[in-house]
Write a protein that binds this ligand. Structure first.
Ligand code: ATP
Ligand code: MG
Length: 347
């Protein structure tokens, strides 16, 4: 059981350190942690945000715990050398096609939600977003038309196998929760979405225990605010998922608490907090490490099937919050290490 630890830039190393302490405290037999350089930190040491040595570590690991990448002082570099390329490179090299983002309001933190009080406590959902296809990767370009007007285009496309594998990821995720899957598309106007919907229905035959529903993306955006408690697992394409997952995470209102997973076929995955490198607070010991600690819990659950240990971590985080120990992002005053200590004490 080999876990690659890529801490990265900004607050990445600070929050990752606490998540590593939590993993080590569980004393899981055979667990091995291997560190590697990514992002701006890797560029400074090796001249590339995703060095070959890091890729080798990633390929030899069963899962990756990832901090954050981003460094404004490297903005002058050509795009291929910028820190953010590390994430894109890892996704591509490792076939990470499914992005999972849970959004839950923790007890006692309902007031941080941007939702109305009567619905904010009810949000507990998981968005499964396709990562490798859609309008981001279709043919694109700009040109000047004969009459002199400029035109830009990006082709939205999905092949059925691309939809099928994210469908399976969605149905499996729903099986592990309440057994309800909502597929979000725009099948009333988009051909891509009609294919998406058809494939979802085909795949649903293999999961008779999961109830599949469909929703147009505009309605889904509205329902996320109006009645978020109605959702359990949402499966959607790259573009819609990009927007809806940010919307859902801000509905619960706590950037320092939300974890994510990017999964490949099989059990391999990369696990990271949804927040970025937060250069404004980096190096000050102020960052909330809970999102990264919860990412480590997702890692144990998805990549190793260690449900019990994952649940222990989640319970320790919830107990820490319930005891009023909160980071600055939640209006509290606890620092990075203090929060790590508190979670460890409740493990
Ligand atoms: P990226 O482009 O890498 O996504 P971003 O510009 O979206 O980055 P973040 O790095 O996510 O920004 O930070 C957004 C704000 O939230 C910043 O003010 C930052 O200080 C704060 N923040 C982010 N993560 C944390 C954390 N773990 N604890 C406390 N505050 C945080
Ligand atoms: Mg961001």
């Amino acid at each position: 059981m080999r876990i690659a630890v890529f801490a990265g830039d900004g607050i990445g190393p600070e929050v990752t350190e606490q998540a590593v302490r939590v993993l080590q405290a569980l004393e899981i037999e055979g667990m091995e942690l291997v560190e590697g350089d990514v992002g701006g930190a890797a560029y400074r040491r090796h001249g590339h945000p995703l060095p070959e040595a890091t890729l080798d570590i990633a390929r030899s690991a069963d899962a990756i715990l990832f901090g954050a990448v981003g460094d404004f002082s490297l903005d002058h570099l050509e795009r291929a050398l910028r820190p953010e390329q590390a994430v894109l490179g890892l996704r591509k090299e490792l076939g990470l096609f499914a992005n999972l983002r849970p959004a839950t309001v923790f007890k006692g933190l309902e007031d941080l939600s941007t939702l109305r009080p009567e619905v904010s406590g009810k949000i507990d959902l998981l968005i499964v977003r396709e990562l490798n296809g859609d309008v981001y990767f279709g043919e694109k370009g700009t040109r000047t038309l004969e009459d002199g007007r400029r035109q830009g285009w990006d082709m939205m496309s999905y092949a059925e196998d691309e939809v099928r594998r994210i469908a399976h990821a969605g149905f499996k995720a729903a099986q592990g929760r309440s057994g309800r899957l909502c597929s979000v598309d725009k099948a009333n106007v988009l051909e891509t979405s009609q294919l998406w919907r058809d494939v979802m229905i085909e795949v649903s035959k293999e999961y008779p225990d999961v109830e599949l529903t469909h929703m147009y993306v505009d309605n889904a955006a509205m329902q996320l605010v109006k009645n978020p408690g109605a959702f359990d697992v949402i499966v959607t394409g790259n573009l819609f998922g990009d927007i809806l997952s940010d919307q859902a995470s801000m509905c619960v209102g706590s950037i320092g608490l939300l974890a994510s997973a990017s999964l490949a076929e099989g059990k391999f995955g990369l696990y990271e907090p949804i927040h970025g490198s937060a250069p404004d607070i980096a190096g000050k010991g102020l960052a909330n490490p809970m999102a990264t600690i919860l990412s480590a819990a997702m890692l144990l659950r998805h990549s190793f099937g260690l449900e019990e240990q994952a649940a222990r971590i989640e319970a320790a985080v919830a107990a820490t919050l319930a005891d009023g120990i909160k980071g600055g992002d939640l209006g509290g005053s606890a620092g990075t290490k203090e929060i790590g200590d508190a979670v460890l004490a409740r493990l």
